[in-house]
Design a protein around this ligand. Structure first.
Ligand code: TXA
Ligand code: MG
Length: 352
């Protein structure tokens, strides 16, 4: 299949292109599109064949459910058996935006879309192209991140093309995304609201709006296999670069010298080494490739650059990656969740 690549200016949307994209979705084809978090791979959420096409294009296990994207809160009624009061409150505060809510599903949602689960994940994205695509298609759009399963999520259209060119009908290129990591997922079907995937919207922000405690799924905090995460997708080894990756934690000076020592050790064995650093520290390293995530104080920039940097490590064919750790105050939990998975939870503490 030939994949059409179409440039779209989010501030001045080309109606003709969007109508074509909407028609493709309505006909059961797949279209990749930008959201504020990462690029999504969209198909008609209420049609099981579209879900099957999505799993096939991504090479994704079909027991891993998809997020249904909506453009208006009233659309929630089409997929949710009942709308919890908490959903209304969270939608008022955060939609459109980087928050996905898990609710009990209606029978209209095919089990192919929800990976056989009785619940459905729903999100209203905050991106004019995404919202316009949903409205023009006349459908609700099931969309996982538009990457091959196991690769870092795409934060620009070129990443989507790398993974899915020739496998889907169209890619809408709306430029680089704003946030760079996937939406926060909150489960509203448990006795207490529970975050299944950390993201830009923190448990604290959610709890402030709900006026009750929001807990974190114990399965995503565990660094081992003792507890399974509730979101099926969180159990897979995700976001994994090809090289072995190690995170080095500790005081800046100790981290720099430990990473330099480890890099030298690898290089002396003829290996190619990449270091993931910050603008402040990049000049202190000696390695084959030094990649910066941005200024350490700018956590938004760090989130934005994360997947690009991991993809770059793959492209440069390095054998080993050493990364600084990014336990930043607000979205550090979400950033570290992705980074720890990329590193298979290998963390060294420098200076101890
Ligand atoms: O920011 C995002 O959420 C992006 C953009 C495109 O909207 N989408 C995204 O989708 O990250 P995906 O498929 O890559 O991740 C969806 C996650 C998976 O971990 C999946 O297991 C979980 O959501 N999930 C979906 N439905 C669920 C359900 N009913 N119960 C529990 N987890 C669910
Ligand atoms: Mg994904």
């Amino acid at each position: 299949m030939k994949t059409k690549m179409k440039q779209i200016n989010p501030l001045q949307i080309d109606e003709t292109i969007m109508e074509e994209a909407g028609r493709l979705i309505a006909e059961g084809e797949l279209v990749a599109f930008p959201t504020e978090t990462v690029y999504g791979l969209g198909g008609d959420a209420l049609r099981p064949e579209a879900a099957q096409k999505i799993y096939q294009a991504k090479g994704r296990p079909s027991d891993n459910p998809l997020i249904v994207h909506i453009a208006d809160f009233s659309d929630m009624d089409r997929v949710a058996r009942e709308i919890p009061a908490a959903a209304q409150k969270l939608a008022d505060a955060f939609w459109p935006g980087p928050l996905t809510m898990i609710v009990w599903k209606k029978d209209t949602v095919p089990s192919a879309t929800t990976g056989g689960m009785d619940t459905v994940a729903v999100r209203m994205p905050n991106h004019p192209v995404a919202l316009d695509l949903i409205r023009k298609s006349g459908c609700l759009i099931a969309a996982p991140s538009a990457n091959t399963s196991g690769r870092p999520s795409p934060t620009e259209a070129a990443h989507v093309a790398e993974d899915l060119n020739g496998k889907i009908a169209m890619i809408l290129d709306g430029g680089p995304v704003g946030i760079g990591i996937e939406s926060t997922i909150i489960d509203l079907t448990e006795s207490k609201p529970m975050v299944l995937r950390p993201g830009y919207i923190t448990p604290q922000m959610l709890s402030n709006v709900l006026g009750e405690e929001v807990i974190m799924d114990p399965g995503i905090i565990a660094a081992d296999d003792t507890r399974k995460p509730k979101a099926p997708g969180m159990k897979y080894k995700h976001y994994a670069p090809k090289a072995d990756m190690v995170i080095v934690d500790g005081e800046q000076e100790a981290v720099v010298s430990e990473i330099n020592r480890l890099s030298q050790e690898k290089q002396s064995k003829g290996q190619k080494v990449a270091v993931i650093a910050t603008d402040e520290t990049r000049s202190h390293y000696r390695a084959d490739v030094i990649l910066s995530m941005g200024r350490r104080a700018d956590e938004d920039a760090i989130a934005q650059h994360l997947y690009h940097v991991l993809r770059e490590c793959d492209e440069l064919n390095v054998d080993a990656i050493y990364s600084e750790s990014f336990r930043t105050p607000r979205i550090g939990q979400a950033i570290m969740n992705r980074l720890l998975k990329a590193a298979g939870h290998t963390v060294i503490h420098a200076g101890e």
